[in-house]
Design a protein around this ligand. Structure first.
Ligand SMILES: Nc1ncnc2c1ncn2[C@@H]1O[C@H](COP(=O)(O)OP(=O)(O)O)[C@@H](O)[C@H]1O
Ligand SMILES: [Mg+2]
Length: 348
């Protein structure tokens, strides 16, 4: 069997230590718990099945400040330029966790162009919710290139994915499933998880209403950028941009684009996404903040000339005004490294 056709190793229900799918780490852990604005509600493991190991693993209600929560809160202060992300994610997670008996799982979809912080925020969230963050056995991270590389095996992938989610929700109702790079997902594949996203009480004998699903996608990014630019030209402040300004363009772009992973998907049709979270394109001063964050994180001197040079070396659009970074903060880490290396080399 070709490697891509290999079934996802399904963890047997009730055995938390089972094998896990190969996982790409999400980018450097980051972002927002300013995003979560002091949200201190922790997951509570109520389900009989998940009350034990799962509860402890998730740091449920322990208030342990040494866990991922503090790191995430710390990182959260560094999220820049994403007012809607703070609002939406904060609202979504807070309401969901406050409700001991949610009617459906929490389903969020992150959209925006590259380097605007989608992976950063999802990683932060997971760190906040699960003591071991992305290493938690209750966090499942899928990337199409790694897990579903071959279009010809789509039927096998569908079956595996369904079994994987079902098995892991049986094991822990408070599991989280991240689907990164949705725009690279084969059309139709994701629809196999529809039964787990809706408001039904049980599916295949499992209560799955406490699960969290996060989709991450570049799809809709261009539309978000265009709307943000148009609003900037109309002198609308970035902080005033509302979800209503962006949502129609995102939904259209995502639903009508065969490269979005949600092409004609029942997930959109049936309104199964609770929060569409738009990531706005970042401006020059946001990039400078990313450079500062990076220098601090690398333990390097925070010099104004370095900040300026790195921020200036990134491409901006549109051609005339050069307002927004074409690559967000994506290349900042590499550029800081390079700058440090060059400076050290020249200094002898
Ligand atoms: N809005 C932001 N605020 C602070 N840092 C950011 C932001 N966006 C991106 N970064 C930085 O850039 C890196 C790459 O961003 P990432 O989240 O991987 O982008 P993408 O949106 O493509 O997933 C992050 O790890 C983080 O260091
Ligand atoms: Mg990403």
């Amino acid at each position: 069997m070709a490697p891509g056709a290999a079934p996802l190793p399904l963890r047997p229900a009730g055995a938390a230590g089972g094998r896990r799918p190969p996982r790409r780490r999400l980018g450097p852990v980051g972002a927002a718990l300013q995003l979560l604005g002091g949200l201190r509600v922790r997951l509570r493991a109520r389900s009989a099945r998940s009350a034990g190991a799962a509860g402890r693993e998730a740091g449920l209600g322990t208030g342990d400040p040494r866990g991922g929560g503090r790191a995430a809160a710390e990182a959260g202060r560094h999220l820049v330029g994403q007012p809607l992300v703070r609002q939406q994610v904060m609202k979504g997670v807070r309401e969901f966790l406050k409700n001991p008996n949610p009617a459906k799982p929490l389903v969020m979809s992150f959209h925006g162009s590259t380097g605007t912080g989608k992976t950063y925020v999802s990683s932060m969230l997971i760190r906040y919710l699960f003591r071991r963050g992305l290493q938690s056995p209750y966090v499942h991270h899928f990337s199409p290139i790694v897990h579903f590389p071959h279009a010809e095996h789509i039927e096998q992938y569908k079956e595996n994915l369904k079994r994987w989610i079902q098995g892991n929700l049986t094991n822990c109702g408070r599991s989280a499933f991240l689907f990164d790079e949705m725009d690279k997902m084969h059309p139709g594949l994701i629809d196999v998880i529809i039964p787990f996203l809706g408001p039904s009480w049980v599916v295949y004998g499992t209560n799955y209403r406490k699960a969290i699903f996060i989709f991450i996608s570049n799809a809709g990014g261009e539309q978000i950028n265009n709307v943000t630019l148009a609003l900037w030209r109309a002198r609308k402040d970035r902080e005033e941009i509302s979800l209503q300004d962006l949502e129609p363009a995102i939904s259209k772009a995502v639903f009508e684009n065969p490269q979005s992973g949600f092409w004609k998907s029942g997930i959109i049709n049936d309104h199964l996404i609770d929060f569409v979270v738009p990531f706005l394109p970042l401006k020059h001063h946001h990039i400078k903040q990313c450079v500062i964050n990076e220098l601090v994180q690398q333990g390097l001197e925070v010099r104004p000339d370095v900040i300026q040079e790195v921020a200036d070396s990134i491409p901006y659009f549109p051609e005339d005004e050069k307002l927004f970074s074409s690559t967000g903060c994506k290349t900042v880490c590499k550029l800081c490294d390079l700058k440090h290396f060059t400076d050290s080399f020249l200094a002898g």
